[in-house]
Design a protein around this ligand. Structure first.
Ligand code: UD1
Length: 416
């Protein structure tokens, strides 16, 4: 298994580019299942999760053409509406095929994703929404089996704000008979990006990005072209890396408007952040001030940036209180950060982080995607060498990580 070796203590300075968003690419590639005409996507990041999803779509009968960051999907010969356990277990977002498959094929068999390192992550809201649209859903032998000759428009009220749940139901409702309303919808920018792609394919959607989305079903969707939005979590991660090292960086291809809560916290920590139309520049003080935060659905502070900010708080001046409200077990990076000398006390879903002058390099283990990112940030600031094991987690969500870090002057290399 590959490891990442980081020599800490270098200020990050310079410029690098931001890739297309993983969490937008995954639902948007699934949207191709809704049409019998080819759909072309640009700015698709080259990530393990994207490769997993393309393999899943391929075994369903979708024809795939890929050249660099452009992917064309042709689902005209879609003949196997099944997502097997072996593929779903490696990536929970595979559940995003459920809505499109029922809507287009009248049937889907999708493995239950099960738990994952950061929590239970049920899919009851996805199922409840499809049932409200008239689908017969059975959960048997670890699979969700859904059937509907044609879904019917319905009022869908989510009990919890769920990102992939909102996306699944928005895709399904696009081909339903009649009008659907999703209430308590997720407002994440990736939901808007998916809606824009569906609209380009002929869907009639309004309200994406608000808590209430209206979808007027159409009989079929057509081919289209869509460019995936920039990755706001990748952007936030590099901004944190620069902030932690007292650096000065510019990220091109970034979208500042999707990062208000994160940028607000970086400014509170003492950084100067300048937003340009398609770039963000950050310059950091020699030592950051601690920032407390509470994760919550968009537009509040994203859970996917919690671990990276914990790394910042480890070396900032003062004490921070971090509350995680989305996932019940998302502090696994804390014990690894403690191995680097961090002072963190965990009490349920709250972490109390007292800043120390300096972290010290050590061997640590990546446990999930964003936890790994926090260890990279901590390693960049630490004295001496940090070895991060199990970096396949990072490959799921960070394109060309070592190359981008190198462009910013970091010393990080992969050991096979
Ligand atoms: C998406 C993101 C993930 C991010 C998360 C929260 C993708 C591919 N992944 O994950 O990176 O961390 O949003 O911003 O976009 N829940 C239920 N029942 C359901 C669905 C969800 O109880 O049917 C709960 C979950 O357990 C969790 C909360 O709702 O506590 C939010 O989860 P959700 O928004 O669904 O996360 P994902 O869409 O899986």
């Amino acid at each position: 298994m590959d490891k990442l070796l980081i020599e800490g203590g270098k200020r990050l300075v310079g410029e690098t580019s931001i890739s297309g968003a993983k969490n937008a690419a995954l639902p948007i590639l699934c949207a191709a299942l809704l049409s019998a005409e080819p759909v072309t996507f640009t700015n698709v990041p080259q990530l393990k999760d994207v490769a997993t999803l393309l393999a899943l779509l391929g075994q369903m009968g979708v024809k795939i053409e890929r050249e660099g960051d452009t992917v064309t999907l042709d689902a005209s010969a879609l003949d196997n509406p099944v997502a097997p356990y072996e593929m779903v277990k490696t990536m929970r977002a595979s559940i995003l095929v459920l809505g499109p498959l029922v809507a287009r094929c009248g049937e889907a068999r999708v493995s239950l994703p099960g738990g994952c390192a950061i929590g239970a992550r049920p899919v009851d809201q996805h199922i409840k929404g499809l049932q409200a649209m008239g689908a017969e859903v059975a959960v048997e032998h670890g699979y969700v089996h859904a059937r509907a000759s044609r879904l019917k428009g319905a009022r869908l009220v989510a009990d919890v704000v769920t990102v992939t749940g909102t996306e699944n139901l928005m895709m399904a409702a696009s081909l339903a008979d009649g009008t659907s309303i999703i209430e308590n919808a997720a407002r994440e920018p990736e939901v808007i990006d998916l809606a824009n792609c569906l609209i380009a394919m002929g869907a009639k959607i309004s309200g994406a990005g608000t808590g209430v989305i209206h979808i007027e079903g159409v009989p079929r969707l057509h081919g289209a072209q869509h460019s995936i939005m920039p990755d706001r979590i990748e952007t936030g991660t590099y901004l944190c890396a620069a902030a932690a090292t007292g650096g000065d960086i510019r990220l091109t291809g970034a979208m500042a408007s999707s990062l208000d809560a994160v940028i607000g916290k970086l400014i509170e920590a003492g950084c100067t952040v300048q937003s340009e139309p398609k770039a963000i520049r950050l310059s950091a003080p020699p030592r950051l001030s601690s920032v407390s935060l509470r994760t919550a659905p968009h537009p509040a502070f994203p859970t996917d940036m919690q671990a990276q900010f914990m790394a910042l708080d480890c070396i900032a001046q003062g004490t921070a209180i971090i509350s995680e409200t989305i996932f019940e077990n998302r502090f696994m990076h804390a014990t690894e950060l403690q191995r680097l000398g961090a002072d963190i006390h965990i009490d349920g879903n709250t972490a109390i982080v007292r800043g120390v002058e300096r972290l010290q390099g050590a061997s640590v283990m990546a446990t999930d995607l964003r936890a790994s990112a926090s260890l990279v940030i901590a390693g960049l600031t630490a004295e001496g060498e940090t070895t991060i094991e199990r970096i396949y987690h990072l490959d799921r969500g960070y394109e060309r990580l070592e190359e981008k870090l190198a462009a910013l002057g970091a010393k990080a290399r992969r050991i096979k």
